[in-house]
Design a protein around this ligand. Structure first.
Ligand code: NOJ
Length: 561
């Protein structure tokens, strides 16, 4: 596989509204990110992905864009963003923006013009359709729980399509004029000096040739809109648009792109991330999806550490020899990784968080950290549904009640899965509001900040933060980089519950062992140990001639003969 500059990178996602507030208005901003660039550089990350910073009514926290070529004044100015581009470059880092082109905001001028004249040229930028016997054109349920069609104000029996919130109308990619506008915008940003994009919700741009009903799958009589992704005409259009997008924008710029792609058939992986793929990389969401139910969060089952391992390992096997996945345990749409993948009672324990970190950082592919993950930030407590900000959580709460759950049980469900868990302000210090803002934070900080914060962890050599730093510098260490970045992956001891064990092999033979359980494990050694390269515990590992004892939650990297 051809070597590319980005393959050895470590990514870091910034969710700007909650990262760092420089002006005391309670919301994070770009100057706040600039203040923390040294912190990020010391952590060792080099690809920074900013969730949307464009002007937006924030119906879906910025994923509803009203101007693709602007910066929302809440986050700063274009000059601030240009400074961020040059300051990241000066530090050897690169900046990625979020490319959200399945939909825009209903306040975008394109949609405003389309509403004024649905039959005119801008009407062709969206999907306007007539209803069917007084009902919407088809029975799809959108990603946030409601129907995907909303009536066009003042037009009897005319609807527009939105797979997400009603304030996020879907863009009509079958229109070449729309596609040209998108390519122009993408190239404009790349010419400005960003290194590439994280590409949002992109599999949804290929729509089937007709909008037909699917069998209802919930008591609301609607059917999951994801059904359309399997339609041959939708797949064919997706392939056509993504090829064109790549060839007209990313490829001529040598840009890095990471796709938000769910549920890929292993046979289609090469089309997405192979040497001639649409994207450089895509997130591995196998563990994220594990246990989820089409019925909603109320019917989901939490994955065990063994499930987590098995999901990662099967993705690793599928991607090996094809391309590079981007490995995540959390992002702005998911519960905190420690709260989700560690068993109840262990989510706040640094030793357990380190064991999880070792797996996600040492797999083959690009690790992408989410802000605060490196500190072991965990889910927040919810006292009432009225505290919820996120549109998706509100939809899932309604689905819980519709399924017959009592209000307090519904609250417990959403408390675990809510996207707000990841969106609390980053815990910088033990000062008021976790040092995030001098004002009132737009969302309350998690009260664990008094003990879990960056300042305290920087001073503690045994902290989660310092363990993440060690893992990242190990990936970049010239002695091990070849093996950890380009080496192959092979699992072992998979019959052992709660153990993640794998080889990374190239010029070196590295054995990664991570005990994702609270029990000590006696393991046979597959050969003589040359060196202990990394140990998550203070005490040296208990190595015998042909075996070792892995302490509860211990992570080890051994160089083998
Ligand atoms: C995926 C984004 O990650 C999520 O936050 C957003 O709500 C949807 N796409 C819609 O853009």
């Amino acid at each position: 596989m051809q070597r590319q500059w980005w393959q050895a990178s470590v990514g870091y996602q910034i969710w700007p509204k909650s990262f760092n507030d420089s002006n005391g208005d309670g919301m994070g901003d770009i100057p706040g990110i600039l203040e923390k660039l040294d912190y990020l550089q010391q952590l060792g990350v080099d690809l920074l992905w900013l969730s949307p910073i464009y002007p937006s009514p924030l119906a879906d926290e910025g994923y509803d864009i009203s101007d693709y070529c602007g910066v929302d004044p809440r986050f700063g100015t274009m000059a601030d963003l240009e400074r961020l581009i040059s300051e990241t470059k000066r530090r050897g880092m690169r900046l990625l923006l979020d490319l959200v082109v399945n939909h825009c905001s209903d306040e975008h001028p394109w949609f405003q013009k389309a509403l004024a004249d649905p039959e005119g040229p801008y009407g062709q930028y969206f999907y306007f359709r007539r209803g069917k016997n007084g009902a919407p054109p088809c029975n799809w349920r959108g990603y946030f729980g409601a129907g995907v069609w909303s009536p066009v104000p003042g037009r009897a029996d005319l609807y527009y399509l939105h797979l997400f919130h009603e304030k996020q109308p879907d863009l009509n990619w079958s229109n070449p004029a729309l596609r040209r506008e998108i390519y122009q915008m993408v190239n404009w940003w790349l010419d400005k000096g960003i290194a590439g994009f994280r590409v949002d919700a992109i599999v949804n741009i290929g729509k089937p040739d007709s909008f037909r009903d699917y069998p209802a799958d919930r008591p609301d009589g609607l059917a999951d809109c994801c059904n359309m992704l399997a339609e041959p005409s939708a797949k064919a259009h997706l392939a056509e648009y993504l090829t064109e997008l790549r060839d007209n924008t990313f490829r001529p710029h040598g840009a890095f792109t990471v796709g938000e792609v769910f549920d890929t058939d292993p046979a289609e992986l090469a089309a997405f991330i192979g040497p001639d793929g649409y994207f450089s990389s895509m997130f591995d969401f196998a563990a994220t999806c594990c246990g989820k139910s089409p019925k909603g969060w109320w019917a989901a089952r939490r994955p065990s550490p063994t499930d987590y391992r098995d999901c990662c390992f099967s993705s690793q096997k599928a991607a090996q020899g094809v391309g590079f996945l981007s490995n995540v345990i959390e992002n702005h749409d998911e519960p905190r990784g420690a709260s989700h993948y560690l068993p109840l009672g262990f989510e706040e324990q640094p030793r357990a968080q380190k064991a999880l970190a070792a797996v996600t950082l040492l797999l083959r592919g690009l690790p992408f950290l989410y802000q605060g993950q490196e500190l072991g930030m965990t889910n927040k407590p919810f006292a009432s549904i009225h505290e919820v900000d996120d549109v998706n959580t509100k939809g899932e709460y309604a689905a819980c009640l519709a399924a017959g759950l009592r209000a307090d049980d519904a609250l417990e469900v959403i408390a675990h899965y809510s996207r707000d868990n990841a969106r609390t302000p980053v815990q910088w210090s033990a000062q008021a509001n976790a040092g995030f803002t001098a004002g009132t934070p737009w969302m309350p900080v998690n009260l664990r900040y008094r003990s879990v914060n960056a300042e305290a962890q920087q001073a503690d050599p045994a902290s989660v933060l310092n363990f993440y730093k060690k893992l990242i510098s190990l990936r970049k260490d010239p002695a091990y980089k070849e093996t950890l970045v380009w080496g192959d992956f092979e699992p072992l001891y998979t019959e052992r519950e709660g153990l993640a064990a794998f080889w990374r092999r190239a010029d070196k033979k590295l054995l990664v062992l991570s005990n994702l359980s609270d029990e000590a494990m006696l393991l046979p050694l597959p050969g003589p140990v040359r060196a202990v390269v990394l140990n998550s515990r203070q005490l040296p590992p208990e190595l015998e001639q042909q075996a070792l004892i892995l302490a509860p939650w211990q992570a080890l990297v051994l160089e083998m003969e």
